[in-house]
Design a protein around this ligand. Structure first.
Ligand code: NDP
Length: 454
């Protein structure tokens, strides 16, 4: 490796992709430094996937306690109470533990951790305050940041970042947006007893998901008491004492204790000096790279949320491994964005892999659609009116399964295995000759015999 530089690789950003790239490259013998201004582990560990899932567990526990009554447990309603500061404190302790693990993992791999904010001096040089460091390769892995639309009263609106450290739970909350974060937080809040309204500008939320999944999820969230307001958006927010007055585009006004925006995330490139360096940006404000993660500047690469590929931790991890292999390993290694499974941790969860029915109709010929809706076995004794949905989309001619979708408990856990089968090109006949695991919800995926549509 080159001796003319302080390092072989500097990675800016110690999130999912940056940490994986740093570790893998150091393990291959490269001299690596990672620069981080905030927290080790990035969005996922600190203000994303991990604390969100812990909050979902906390939120769902309330239902589990109620449901226990159907199984003979005495549930003294008036004595069951919930303490938000305890959940936040316990979550914070767990995140601190994970930050420590990330630090040790990097140190043990021989990666130098530099705390501070980086900016480019030239194509091989980074400044972190007064400190100047050089490297043969520099990777931008700075991630993304929540965006809130520019409306009057924007300063009153919280993002998911602040929700993770909220000192008190309000009695009522408004969640603005209809994507992953909005439905997940609406579920968390409602499960914890907050009167929750979700406001989405379109006809039906979760754009991009299968239409059956979107409709079914809307029904299930309504059953949990979430007030879904579609075809309307927020015009302004005004603080009124300890409350907020929210003006909507339909002319109505709502009073609430909290407004949270989950209206998307932008690439986080502030202060890096990318324009002066000659790095191109895409129309959507992401760092432009080719399929080898190379920017317009040969020594500078980028990966993760900042390049505008699906904003998912496992995608950034895979990109980190591919880039490390390209820079310091056995050469080329392509990223495969086909069939990326994903879950939304609303309650019940959504799990999905492959094409939606609409996408499959557009890209393939005749289809067979298999669909099953049922009450999960657990709720036959709890009396809870929760239902699950499973759906398979099959190309008629080849019999190949093009899409698998689920709404129900542990949908994410169930879909991961199906993603392997679909990646391997599984046909419906393969599903049919697979023996089910009984009694589970998952077995429904191998017992759907009659198509409901073609
Ligand atoms: P999304 O892009 O998923 O959703 C943004 C939502 O906000 C959409 O419903 C969008 O509406 C709406 N919106 C955008 N701009 C405006 C506006 N100006 N006014 C009103 N509404 C607006 O973003 P999220 O913030 O929910 O999440 C960001 C990403 O993080 C996700 O896409 C996902 O990749 C990742 N993530 C993954 C999770 C997981 O794997 N479980 C969990 C959380 C996040 P429209 O649809 O009409 O454009």
């Amino acid at each position: 490796m080159s001796d003319n530089f302080d390092y072989d690789l500097i990675v800016i950003g110690a999130g999912s992709g940056g940490v994986r790239l740093s570790r893998m490259s150091a393990q291959r013998g490269a001299r690596v430094a990672v620069v981080e201004s905030r927290y080790l582990g990035g969005t996922c560990v600190n203000v994303g996937c991990v604390p969100k899932k812990l909050f979902v567990y906390g939120s769902h526990a309330g239902e589990d306690i109620q449901d226990a009554a159907g199984y003979g447990w005495t549930v003294p309603n008036e004595q069951v109470s919930f303490d938000w500061p305890t959940l936040v404190a316990n979550k914070n302790a767990e995140i601190e533990r994970l930050n420590g693990i990330y630090q040790r993992m990097l140190e043990n791999a021989g990666v130098t951790i530099i705390q501070g904010t980086a900016s480019f001096k030239d194509a091989h040089t980074i400044a972190i305050g007064d400190r100047i460091v050089t490297a043969k390769h520099i990777t931008i892995a700075t991630g993304s940041w929540p965006v809130t639309p520019e409306i009057p009263g924007k300063e009153c609106i919280l993002s998911s970042n602040e929700m993770f450290y909220l000192p008190q739970l309000p009695r009522q909350a408004v969640v603005w947006g209809g994507g992953y974060i909005a439905v997940e937080f609406a579920g968390i809040l409602a499960g914890l007893g907050v009167e929750t309204t979700l406001i989405y500008r379109g006809e039906l939320f979760l754009r991009g998901f299968d239409d059956d999944v979107r409709r079914f999820t809307a029904d299930e969230l309504r059953k949990k008491g979430i007030n879904l307001k579609f075809n309307v958006t927020i015009e302004s927010v005004q603080a009124e004492g300890s409350h907020y007055s929210v003006a909507l585009t339909d002319g109505s006004t709502m009073t609430t204790g909290l407004v949270m925006a989950a209206t998307g995330r932008r690439a986080l490139v502030d202060g890096l000096g990318l324009e002066a360096l000659g790095v191109n940006m895409t129309g959507s404000g992401h760092v432009e790279v080719d399929d080898r993660f190379q920017t317009a500047v040969p020594s500078v690469s980028a990966l993760g949320d900042v390049i505008g590929t699906p904003q998912l931790t496992p995608v950034a991890l895979a990109q980190g491994m591919v880039l490390s292999r390209r820079l310091f390993g056995d050469g080329e290694s392509d990223m495969d964005y086909n069939c990326i499974p994903t879950a939304v941790f609303c309650q019940p969860n959504i799990g999905t892999v492959g094409l939606t029915e609409a996408e499959a109709r557009e890209a393939h010929g005749k289809l067979r659609i298999y669909r099953s809706e049922f009450r999960p076995m657990k709720h036959t004794m709890t009396g809870r009116d929760e239902r699950s949905l499973m759906k398979l989309i099959v190309e008629d001619e080849s019999d190949r399964v093009l899409g698998a979708h689920m709404v129900g408990p542990e949908a994410g856990e169930i879909l991961q295995g199906l993603a392997v089968a679909m990646k391997a090109g599984a046909t419906k006949a393969d599903f049919d000759r697979t023996i089910g695991i009984h009694p589970t919800s998952a077995e429904e995926f191998v017992t759907m015999r009659e198509p409901v549509a073609s």
